[in-house]
Design a protein around this ligand. Structure first.
Ligand code: PMP
Length: 416
């Protein structure tokens, strides 16, 4: 197996539509494009297999149930879970984190501590803030430098009251990765629930929850070439058994009377109501697709593009590159002292180059870096060298056009 960007890209129908032939899509940290097999699996589900799940029901219902459980097996292998029971289907990383915050915090005592980092996406901040208020918990943060967590100092803020540590595997705003081995070492032998937000990791590297050593990990399929509307929550079986469900409804119970109920077995006790069945079918196709790719080759290709972008952008006068060329999940982020990022984004959009500006739903990190907004270009394996060259040339051209004019107006609104 070797990686060819041309043949990889040819599997993504969006890029062969006439209106998108020239598109340079560099907004992959927000969401990736979908290969034909994923789109077809969703359509096939509705065309041939659509029914709600229930094993002891009619033929189509049994087929839908079998499909969901087969995808769960694929997802368990994708994450390195020991069995399919450890995989819960969610709507995405946000729902996985809300589920964990709701469920874990309900078992804590006032004054217990939840440890986070300044680099978290709002999805890994706001649910904890909500639960901290409800249960009088204390939120603590790993020491940081200009917002970048100093994981080697994590032990300084661990106390006997630390009950939960929830941190991202990589920043969606600046791209830097978290040293998960160091986190594992700091938390070893402590009875702390350790959650990894793997939303940005899954597209770029093979995830193995055993070697990470975490108790929980969340991710969203749409960020690794799968559909929107479905995500994965991995939970170590013993941990999932200990914690209560977060939503009640059909599918998550084994028996109900007027005043009480018994919950269903794992993982169903965490899956109330009808799941996004067609999206799960699409996720199954996505996992098979990824399994057939040269993941190492994809990662090397992305890293070459990342280095190229950092190298060329750092030669453009005054650009303040906030992302690092190394140990980075494919994200380039910068500002320019004489222009508002939104003006540059619009200029690029006019040249069919899709990037994102704003605080990227990581406002504390972007603020701590000294900015209210950055321009972010984020890579996927279908990006080509020509994409990277076109992007750099357009940025350079914009800055030349700026002349001595000062365009900064502050006030960014876009995010993600
Ligand atoms: N965590 C991180 C690091 C992310 O980048 C994102 C999406 N930008 C999320 C969580 C939330 O993902 P979703 O919106 O798919 O639930």
């Amino acid at each position: 197996m070797s990686f060819s960007v041309e043949s990889f890209k040819s599997q993504f129908p969006l890029f062969s539509q006439s209106e998108n032939r020239e598109l340079v899509y560099l907004d992959n940290a927000a969401t990736t494009q979908k290969p034909a097999c994923v789109i077809d699996a969703i359509a096939d589900f509705y065309r041939h297999s659509n029914a709600n799940t229930h094993r002891s029901s009619h033929r189509l219902a049994r087929r839908a149930t079998d499909m969901v459980e087969q995808v769960r097996e694929l997802a368990a292998a994708f994450l390195g879970a020991t069995c399919a029971k450890e995989v819960v289907f969610t709507r995405g990383a946000t729902e996985g984190l809300n589920l964990l915050a709701y469920s874990l915090c309900s078992q804590l005592q006032p004054g217990d501590q939840v440890l986070l980092t300044t680099a978290e996406h709002h999805a890994n901040l706001v649910p904890w803030q909500m639960m901290a208020k409800r249960y009088q918990l204390q939120l603590c943060y790993v020491p940081d430098e200009r917002g970048v967590p100093q994981i080697d100092r994590l032990y300084e803020v661990l106390t006997p009251r630390t009950r939960i540590v929830s941190l991202t595997a990589g920043s969606n705003a600046l791209g830097f990765r978290t040293d998960l081995h160091a986190v594992r070492a700091a938390l070893a032998e402590k009875n702390i629930h350790w959650i990894v937000d793997g939303a940005q990791l899954a597209a770029h590297e093979h995830i193995d929850v055993q070697s990470i050593g975490c108790d929980f990990l969340v991710c969203s399929a749409h960020k690794f070439y799968g559909p929107t509307g479905v995500g994965l929550l991995y939970g170590r079986e013993s941990r999932l058994r200990e914690i209560p469900p977060w939503q009640g409804g059909g599918e998550m119970i084994s028996d109900v009377d007027l005043y009480s109920c018994h919950y269903a077995e794992l993982p169903h006790k965490f899956e109330a109501g009808t799941s996004s069945l067609a999206a799960i079918a699409g996720l199954g196709a996505c996992l098979q697709f990824l399994d057939q790719q040269d993941r190492g080759g994809m990662a090397r290709h992305e890293q070459q593009l990342l280095h190229f972008l950092h190298d060329r952008l750092s030669q453009i006068p005054e650009i303040d590159l906030l992302s690092a060329a190394n140990n980075n999940l494919g994200i380039v982020a910068f500002t320019h002292p004489r222009c508002a990022a939104i003006d540059l984004m619009q200029w690029l959009d006019g040249r069919d180059i899709a990037v994102r500006v704003g605080h990227h739903c990581a406002q504390p990190l972007v603020r701590a870096s000294g900015h209210s907004a950055t321009l972010r270009a984020s890579l996927a394996a279908y990006n080509t060298r020509a994409d990277a060259e076109k992007f750099v040339a357009a940025v350079a051209e914009f800055i030349v056009h700026l002349g001595d004019e000062v365009l900064v107006q502050g006030g960014m609104t876009a995010d993600s």
